[in-house]
Design a binder for this molecule. Structure first.
Ligand code: DP6
Length: 333
């Protein structure tokens, strides 16, 4: 039996990036990653069992506010994950799933992180199962979207590469510890040409990948410490170094992958210029052209105004660290 359940799960922005999958079947990473869970960029998903149905029914929110059947590829990804969740729960239930994002999909804004976290948690809720955070993280991760492992937890989150039986992410600092903001410069909302999954598979072909893995423990410790001490001056250069390193690996993979666009470079430069001017801001990028500008509350107004003044910037999303997923009673159907 299952009941109607709705979960809103946020996206997250990695300060230390997951790039390279050591176990593709289980979605386990080569390296530890560290992220900030967001509060505005989120996926709302409603799930309900359909009695006697032979197939799942996957719906997505469309522009006019209604819902329509998801594309074959989107529905396929959801159904594959429903199959894993059914196997875990030992049920044969088919589901109606409706989903809505508060931000553009597939543009380096980790829509699959929030999407698969919301799906996993909504199914768990619908089946009235109790799960601990480790299991929730594992169920999200097994979707194939590793970053989803981090979206089931709020605040500042670490996903270790090894040494953790469930391969689960866990909170390091709560959101209240430091109210950092993430101002996202939307430069391109088209679907990226090379998926993160394809990028993860190619990471090892970069001649610089082994060097990256050697650098990461130190970089991760720095990020942890800077956040622990709320030391922005310490955090900024290390976050920028890490984002450039991710793209260096992508660009030196065989074949190479380029996510940057000219507008991305302009925003990276803006962050450096603002910082020289005393503004507490730094940049990071995931596998896409958009740029996230992390900043303090005091700096947010300047950062937003500067981005709005750039012709290359299509839109600006204001986000910040958040508390993680919520079960809600406002259902999508
Ligand atoms: C660059 O495989 O989790 O964002 O499933 O497409 O969201 P999607 O990506 P995933 O890889 C994330 C790669 C990254 C870095 C990160 O979030 O750690």
């Amino acid at each position: 039996m299952s009941r109607k359940a709705t979960v809103v799960a946020p996206s997250n922005i990695a300060l230390i990036k997951y790039w390279g999958t050591r176990d593709l079947a289980e979605t386990l990473p080569f390296n530890p990653s560290f992220s900030m869970t967001l509060r505005e960029c989120a996926t709302r998903t409603t799930v309900e069992g359909i009695e006697g149905a032979g197939a799942d029914n996957i719906l997505v929110r469309v522009a006019n506010g209604g819902f329509e059947a998801a594309s074959e590829s989107f529905a396929g990804g959801v159904i594959r994950h429903l199959d894993r969740l059914r196997a875990w729960a030992d049920v044969d239930q088919r589901f109606r799933v409706a989903t809505q994002n508060s931000f553009p999909m597939g543009a380096g804004l980790a829509s699959s992180a929030s999407g698969f976290a919301a799906l996993a948690l909504a199914v768990v809720e619908s089946l009235e199962r109790e799960v601990d955070p480790e299991t929730a993280s594992r169920l999200a991760r097994q979707s194939g979207s590793g970053s989803a492992a981090r979206s089931v937890v709020g605040g500042y989150v670490e996903w270790p590469a090894e040494g953790c039986a469930e391969g689960s992410a866990a909170q390091v600092f709560a959101a209240e510890h430091w109210d950092l903001r993430d101002v996202v410069a939307i430069l391109d909302t088209t679907e990226k040409r090379v998926s993160s999954r394809a990028g993860h598979k190619l990471a090892e072909t970069s001649p610089y990948f082994a060097h990256r893995l050697r650098e990461l423990p130190h970089r991760l410790a720095e990020v942890r410490q800077a956040i622990g001490e709320r030391d922005f001056a310490r955090l900024a250069p290390i976050v920028e170094e890490e984002a450039i390193d991710l793209h260096l690996i992508a660009m030196s993979s065989r074949p190479p992958i380029f996510y940057w666009q000219p507008a991305s470079l302009a925003v990276l430069q803006l962050a450096r210029d603002l910082r020289e001017d005393g503004v507490e801001v730094c940049s990071t990028m995931d596998a896409g052209a958009n740029v996230h500008l992390l900043c303090t509350v005091a700096a947010e107004g300047r950062v937003v105004a500067a981005l709005r003044g750039m012709p290359e910037v299509e839109d600006v999303i204001r986000d910040g660290v958040g508390d993680g997923p919520q079960v809600e009673d406002q259902h999508l159907f």
